[in-house]
Design a protein around this ligand. Structure first.
Ligand code: HEC
Ligand code: HEC
Length: 368
């Protein structure tokens, strides 16, 4: 922090003083006056160099602060409303939610002086005299318990004050010390074996937006146990089911248990089922995954798939005699967590009625 700006400043001053020659040559501009350079050259360095003449004590500071700063920063610099706190927070930097103030966080007092002189009071910068700035900074130190109430801040006493976090900033040397660890990238054949997606994230905002943080097609391919082949044959199985059902519909009288199916709606439901696929399987080779198999779920008692570990609320509902009929399924799928507090199904719900109708038809088609 200290060397770089100084270097920059020296360079810019050099540029300014070199300018007249160039200006003369090109017939442009004029040399900056000494007063202009002085007005611009405000930077104060951690060692106190470039500080203006003047001084201020804590009590004067309290008065000026009450007038010019307290509306936003509080009577005791403790902050007001959402305006920054300038005091407090000692020893909180290693907390999860540290309070960073001039007292607890800022490494050098020169920054405080420079900042206040340049930019405060907010909206009326430049209205404070240098003595006022000295007094206010003394008061901010006092509010942070860093000086006694008889302290007078001046160019002479400036370096007597060392802020608690002076040693807290270090030069970032990770580029040298950790270079090897973060440049060791693997570009091919990195991890032996197939990548396995063990869990998926379903975006809770809008389940119908189609946004799914884990692309479901990949999740299905990668789900433990389900090889691409198995996934494909599940698809085939459901495709094969369809004509059989049609026959069944024709033979309604012969098989009274069979429900009438709207094939078009089943097809739509199959699309909606993409939202469920990451967790649920249907078809001949279906296995339990994050969620239970859904074969036969329509009209079945809730929470009864063998080998699936249901949540307590689901088991309680099952004990209470919950059967997945049209009404119950619609309620659950539209808003799982509202329907059943504590359910393990982390799915936001189907917002559109027509999606619910379609998925029910699809589940029906796998329930006979
Ligand atoms: C109208 C409200 C207002 C007034 C009056 C005001 N400030 Fe501020 N102050 C702010 C805001 C807003 C910020 C944050 C600015 C930013 O983050 O860019 C701030 C930031 C600061 C900071 C830096 C805090 C930090 O930790 O980042 C200091 C120091 C400060 N003000 C001192 C003063 C002093 C001294 C006065 C009186 C001379 C004063 N302010 C008057 C609104 C105000
Ligand atoms: C992120 C994973 C996940 C998604 C996505 C998901 N479910 Fe579930 N589902 C579960 C889990 C886990 C359970 C078990 C809930 C419990 O035990 O509380 C469950 C339970 C169910 C049940 C009750 C089954 C039973 O045996 O009682 C039905 C019906 C159901 N889900 C249908 C769906 C449908 C339809 C979709 C898509 C619209 C879907 N789920 C999306 C994880 C999911």
């Amino acid at each position: 922090m200290s060397k770089f700006p100084k270097f920059l400043m020296v360079a810019s001053v050099a540029a300014l003083t070199a300018a007249p020659a160039m200006a003369e040559k090109l017939g442009l501009g004029r040399a900056a006056t000494e007063a202009e350079v002085a007005a611009w050259d405000l930077d104060i360095f951690p060692d106190g160099s470039n500080l203006p003449a003047g001084k201020g004590d804590v009590w004067t500071g309290e008065e000026v602060f009450a007038d010019a700063c307290a509306v936003c920063h509080g009577e005791f610099a403790e902050g007001a409303g959402n305006w920054p706190k300038l005091a407090g927070g000692a020893d909180t930097l290693d907390h999860e939610d540290p309070l960073k103030t001039v007292g607890s966080y800022w490494p050098y007092l020169s920054t405080t002086f420079d900042y206040v002189r340049r930019s405060m009071p907010f909206g009326a910068a430049g209205t404070l005299s240098d003595d006022d700035v000295y007094a206010i900074v003394a008061y901010i130190l006092y509010s942070n318990d860093l000086v006694d109430d008889d302290f007078v801040l001046s160019k002479e006493t400036f370096s007597d004050v060392v802020l608690p976090n002076a040693e807290g900033f270090i030069v970032d040397d990770r580029a040298e010390t950790e270079y090897g660890t973060f440049t060791n990238r693997c570009m091919s054949d990195c991890k032996p074996g197939a990548v396995e997606i063990t869990t998926t994230v379903v975006f809770p905002g809008d389940p119908n937006s189609g946004f799914d943080a884990t692309p479901i097609s990949q999740a299905v391919m990668g789900t433990a146990g389900a090889t691409p082949d198995a996934a494909a044959s599940t698809e085939e199985a459901s495709a094969e089911d369809a004509p059989a059902e049609e026959t069944a519909v024709v033979g309604e009288v012969a098989a009274p248990a069979v429900m009438a199916l709207d094939e078009e709606l089943v097809a739509k439901g199959e699309k909606v089922f993409k939202k469920c696929k990451a967790c649920h399987k249907v078809g001949d080779k279906a296995k339990n995954g994050t969620g239970p198999i859904l074969n036969g779920v329509f009209g079945r008692a809730a929470g009864t798939v063998d080998g699936f570990k249901y949540s307590k609320p689901m088991l309680a509902a099952a004990e209470g005699g919950l059967v997945w009929d049209e009404t119950e399924l619609s309620g659950y799928l539209a808003n799982p967590r509202k329907y059943m507090k504590g359910t393990k199904m982390s799915f936001a719900g189907l917002k559109k009625d027509k999606d619910v109708a379609a998925i029910l038809e699809f589940l029906k088609s796998h329930s006979q």
